[in-house]
Write a protein that binds this ligand. Sequence first.
Ligand SMILES: C[S@@+](CC[C@H](N)C(=O)[O-])C[C@H]1O[C@@H](n2cnc3c(N)ncnc32)[C@H](O)[C@@H]1O
Length: 395
Amino acid sequence: MDRYKSLEALAPAATSSSNPQMASPPHYFYHDPSEAMDSDAESEALSTTSMPPFSATPSVASSRTSYDAAAASTRSVSPVPSVISMTDSVRSQIYRSKYGREFNNFSDVYALPADEEEMNRLDQQHAIIVDVMGEKYPPPVADVMADDVPGERKACLDLGCGSGGWILDVARDFPNCNAVAVDLIPMQSLSMPPNLRSEVDDINLGLEHYYGDFNVVHVRLVSSGVKDYCRLVDQISHVLRPGGLIDLAEFDFHVYDENHQRLEPDTHQVGPPWWARWMTFVRLAIQQIGGHTDAATHLWDWVSNHPAFEQPVYREYWMPICSSPTDSDPGRQLCQRLSGDALSFLRGTRPLLLGSGLAEDLVTELITHAEAEHHEAKILQYTRLQCVYARKKSV
Ligand SMILES: C[S@@+](CC[C@H](N)C(=O)[O-])C[C@H]1O[C@@H](n2cnc3c(N)ncnc32)[C@H](O)[C@@H]1O
């Protein structure tokens, strides 16, 4: 029976705030790797980039100095000079290997991989989400990002950008804006637009250094790496300029049936529904290390009840995990694309589950059966993406 020990029994939602063995993110600013530096310049730059996230850096896009510096270039302005290229030594500071996958080296909360397989999954997932939503951005983005304020360059911040699909779209669609992508790992696009900057940082450490600097702040599918999402919403209210837009989208780590009712299998036994049961183990494993898995459920309350925001809008999207026999051709095609995403996510949770203390044969059993159930497609199951956007009041 030990093999089936539930995660609740292992550690009931203990939230470790800091792990002394974890490195603090050095707050790197990462640019196009093609900007090769010679080794002297590189080591000098490296030594100047370790800075606490709360140091009094010039603001990213709003300070006069920053605007002056930006005048000759469309590259967004860094609080410190352009700094590093991705050498092996930098790579080894940023990544670590566990259970055969690569992870960020900074967070003791976010425990999904950060390797090529995961970046490919995020790229595909971004394309699917755009198709499902029928748009790249919520409607107010075009207005908020318009070049309509003389002397002000619009600025957009993507927190937890992953492979960067969303912020790359912004930087290309609004070429006069400053776009900033923050994550625990550097963005690895081979074609960084000149107005997009990648920063390595842990958003749990606070966003004070960005206050007043951005017109749009976007956060999507980051809740498992965020300790206190309500605080994050409050900090974003300060990061935004008046009239700016907060744009949040999260998934709640639950699985739903065809009537959109939650399936809630426990972790005291194993058996079907396998996909939903595996998700229960995943949710509890994330909670055990401090991730805010139920943030999606509270987005609306946090934003609509926040005094800084107005005109909140809620939208939700039901994503089928597997195709139904009655699906139309487009529905089946969408399911095939979602299936690749879902199976890659399933595989990516193996290290998380092993790291949570589950026995290897239990993890293998959960993942193998969940995958088989997915391919059989007899049980219709859905995930739910909950999205909220709102404007920051002008006064
Ligand atoms: C599931 S991915 C989503 C990526 C992207 N937002 C998207 O929708 O495609 C979550 C990303 O958030 C990042 N992340 C999680 N917790 C973070 C934190 N505390 N600070 C910065 N980035 C974080 C992870 O490194 C990962 O790249």
